[in-house]
Design a protein around this ligand. Structure first.
Ligand SMILES: [Zn+2]
Length: 361
């Protein structure tokens, strides 16, 4: 199966009422772990690379690894997605590399740090949508700004910042003006391992307070304007499982007490239109814990495979749990994959939309 456009995966997820995990990768072991888990559970999946990941892997290595994943797992629909593109230029580069989906995050200016104006966001997103749709590529945009920083991207807002949450009254206007396919919403999740500023009297971390009512308002506003089942995206949706943090710390790590997004909150979102769930931090913690364990227990080892193999297995186990909890497991063969040529026609309005049509009728 070739790489598929994200638009199709999200539309299918809407039909099936499930969410799709979007997992960040930088290297071969991460891609293999995700693909093994998705093959085993027959899950469609979004694999995403940030600008940092593209730099780290010199782009070409990551691109070829993605091609290998598709050849290795021909039954699994895979989206190759750019996470937090900062400009039209970056999105163009990703599209040239064969990405089937890009995110333009113009909630921040091109420096990836300064919170941008609404007008800047609309104009920049629109320019990416025009360029990408002409090539059949899906576009995710962001309205409102998330807390935390990841891979150098982020305004450095506090994890509990509430001044940059998505304004539900702007959503319809934004989607209409830009034509974006999916929208990342800021509802109180943040990037990184430290998503909460709330602790009980004994110093134990409490989950971050999410503005879940915003998802309901956004979904309602979109539906009222005729955007039924419009795909929303939750960034920063790692749960930061205490058992994984404990492994890191047991074997010499020094992670602070933390708490991520509880699965029940993610599932609440999925029941109300969240179709893409971004997870990066949990995978990082799983990998680091597994490597630290080998270093601590078998200090005589020096073959990288001795610790990268358990790291890959730890990430696979994590992903196995996520795809079941998000609901994407078992849906790999629900649909015939579309090509970028198909979505190009769809965007150009050349698609008839009838039975047996490229868009599935
Ligand atoms: Zn993000």
């Amino acid at each position: 199966m070739p790489l598929v456009p994200m638009r199709q995966l999200l539309d299918e997820a809407a039909k099936g009422g499930y969410g799709v995990g979007a997992f960040n990768v930088n290297n071969m072991e991460q891609i293999q772990a995700i693909m093994e888990a998705c093959q085993e559970t027959q899950s469609p999946v979004i694999i995403q690379a940030s600008r940092g990941a593209l730099q780290y892997s010199k782009m070409i290595y990551l691109q070829k690894l993605m091609e290998a994943a598709v050849i290795d797992c021909p039954e699994i629909p895979v989206v190759m997605h750019l996470d937090h593109g900062n400009s039209l230029e970056t999105c163009k580069q990703a599209i040239a590399l064969g990405f089937t989906s890009v995110m333009i995050d113009a909630s921040l200016e091109a420096d990836g740090k300064t919170v941008a104006s609404y007008e800047y966001n609309v104009e920049t997103t629109k320019s990416v949508v025009e360029y990408a749709h002409a090539r059949g590529v899906t576009v995710e945009a962001e309205l409102g700004a998330l807390g935390g920083i990841e891979d150098g991207h982020g305004a450095g807002l506090a994890a509990d910042d509430t001044t940059h949450l998505t304004d539900p009254d702007q959503v319809v206007d934004f989607v209409q003006k830009t034509g974006c396919d999916a929208l990342a919403v800021a509802i109180g999740t943040s990037h990184g391992a430290y998503k909460t500023m709330r602790y009980d009297k004994d110093g134990n971390a409490l989950p971050p307070a999410l503005a879940l009512d915003l998802i309901e308002k956004i979904e309602k506003n979109l539906a009222d304007a005729g955007y039924k089942q419009y795909p929303l995206v939750m960034h920063g949706s790692s749960s930061v499982p205490p058992e994984l943090v404990d492994i890191v710390n047991k074997y010499g790590g020094a992670m602070k007490k933390s708490m991520g997004i509880p699965m029940k909150d993610i599932q609440f979102g999925i029941a109300r239109g969240v179709r893409k769930v971004n997870v990066d931090t949990d995978g990082r913690i799983a990998i680091t814990g597994a490597i630290r364990k080998v270093f601590a227990e078998k200090p005589e080892k020096f073959d990288p495979r001795d610790y990268l193999k358990p790291a890959r297995e730890a990430l696979k186990q994590l992903i196995l749990g996520k795809v079941k909890d998000f609901g994407q497991a078992g849906h790999a063969k629900d649909f015939k994959p579309m090509t970028l040529e198909d979505t190009k026609k769809l965007y150009a309005g050349a698609c008839g939309g009838g039975k047996g049509c490229c868009c599935g009728g």
